[in-house]
Design a protein around this ligand. Structure first.
Ligand SMILES: [Zn+2]
Length: 135
């Protein structure tokens, strides 16, 4: 098991190595030593933001209109995107993994024909990109 430290160094529930690697690969944590990672975000706050974004978007994927169970970062965490609800949109797991690390605009081009609320989607993307640039 891998020891997990919070942003402020507090010890959290340990996790399995593959989960630790996933957090590090998503630029959400860093290795402190071989047995320890330190998170770069507050997981408790993220849970609340995630729920806020899902509720706001009525648990509906903004890309395709399917029921959404995950949230998608408009500006990826690895590019400095925040975990605040304004940078998150409700997304089904299929869209979330299909988009991967591509920019929101690239994926938007592909999904424009099937997005049920296209105007809302464009608005969210532009707003998230603008606010992450001026942060
Ligand atoms: Zn979808």
């Amino acid at each position: 098991m891998i020891t997990v430290l919070n942003v402020d160094g507090q010890e959290l529930t340990p996790c399995l190595p593959h989960r630790a690697w996933r957090e590090v690969n998503r630029a959400r944590a860093v290795w402190i030593d071989e047995q320890t990672i330190k998170l770069l975000y507050n997981p408790f706050r993220f849970q609340a933001y995630r729920k806020a974004a899902l509720t706001r978007d009525h648990y509906t994927c903004l890309w395709c209109g399917c029921p959404a169970t995950t949230v998608d970062h408009i500006v990826p965490s690895s590019k400095g995107g925040s975990d605040l609800p304004r940078n998150l949109i409700a997304s089904c797991s299929e869209c979330n993994s299909k988009r991967g690390n591509r920019s929101a605009f690239l994926y938007l081009k592909e999904k424009a024909h099937s997005a049920p609320r296209l105007f809302m989607l464009c608005y969210r993307i532009v707003k998230a990109m603008y606010s992450s640039r001026i942060q």
